[in-house]
Design a protein around this ligand. Sequence first.
Ligand SMILES: [Zn+2]
Length: 515
Amino acid sequence: MKLKYLLIALIFNIANSNPIQEANENITSTSDGAPVNASDDLPMDILTNIAEMLGSVQTQSTVQSEPVFPDCSILSEEIKEEVRSHQHTVDRIINYLLYGQHKGLTYTTLGKFLDAFGPRMSGTEALESSINATLEAARLEGFDDVHTEDVQVPHWVRNQESAVMVEPRVKTLTILGLGSSIGTPPGGIVAQIIVVRSFDELQAVARHVAGKIVVYNQPFDNYFQSVKYRTRGAVEAAKLGAVAALVRSAASFSINSPHTGNQKYEDGVKKIPVACITIEDAKMLQRLTDIDGLEVFVNLSMGAVNLPDATSRNTIIDWRGTSRPEDVVVISGHIDSWDVGAGAMDDAAGCFISYHANLVLKRLRLRARRTVRTIWFTGEEQGLYGGYEYFKKHRNESENYQLLLESDKGTFNPKGIGFSGSNTATCIMQEIIKLTAKLNTTELKTRGGGPDISMWKSIGVPIGSLHLDTSKYFWFHHSDGDTLEVEDPDILDRITALWASVAYVAANITANLHH
Ligand SMILES: [Zn+2]
């Protein structure tokens, strides 16, 4: 069907029907309100934790509700008094960052770093160069121990890619291939598209899928619900004979911006190319294909290749403890990013607050009883490779781990700390963040953690993260929009101050936080 009929149909609101609408009448429940299925590529506890920390709307079937706040009358006056005795030190940290010599430094050094290295995808020279520069800087600063631990990471390269709607009119679609996707043959694939809003809809039109490009136009109720189409969209389409898949970006806002991310093939299922498209284009393709009899064709061309695994490194920077140096408090982020934007909020900023928090302690000569360890994990985006490697290597030292914190949900206006630990540890953490009233960061959320440290929770080690306003996180996530412009110098100072204060006090108190 050609454009002329399309225009007539659109303008004059001519009644129509199509296979999907017919099929929908036979579906008893669609994606809306249906239980959220877990993504296949991560263990459930980690997915639960990630979903929670990202502030996703949860369904009972997958995610436990936030634990109730414990009755903190269990806490002795001695412990409270010991925590309160750190008020003067915390004030020094805050003053140094908000009004003193460190004011603005987290932001300005982050900017220079991003300008120098750009995005830092696993397997790239840029990632390894950025790690080398950091090691050199940390050694020049005189940290006690600066070293790396090797991590094998996937090496996927995007290369040239494009998508053009060729029927019923010519329109370029803005795409980003998804991590680990194969490429198309030279010249690309030209095929008719079929648009679905959910896996249920896909099953309902199963007999129409072979030979076509499946377009997922799933709504964004929350990231957890939406991202499963990015992760499994290609596999589910390929099972029905599709030749490629295009997935609406898992984003809460769009200025025609595609948001990339990882996807996963399944053994025994044909690998087909898969890319994300913008919300605008997904909805347009939906409207066009909703018109009875209108056939929409897309030419998808992707040069993506999967190269052999590469060696990257977790970066470890210690400010050693005085009386219990073998015991550690970890503050962390992941330094790898996608290959678009600058990977600023995801997650160079998380790394920079973790570096500067430790640097502030060092420059103020604040040595706690325990070691404060900054970790920049690597290979997070392709599947938490750095986090798993660190856990594998160090889990048998779990008795030495007082607390692990990771910042990986942006560095927006902070409200406090998200924390997962025992009741006693939760009450102690609440006492600790009361010391940061000047930062307005005294809210304790009873769930926290980050993707690279999630696994520690299962062996009784407390984990935490920033509790902050994440409402704009998915505006920028994995897109060209994730640049320094997302960051704010004053907010970064407040977050670094919070991070340094919590790390120092947790590292210095006599009580153990782990189970
Ligand atoms: Zn991240």
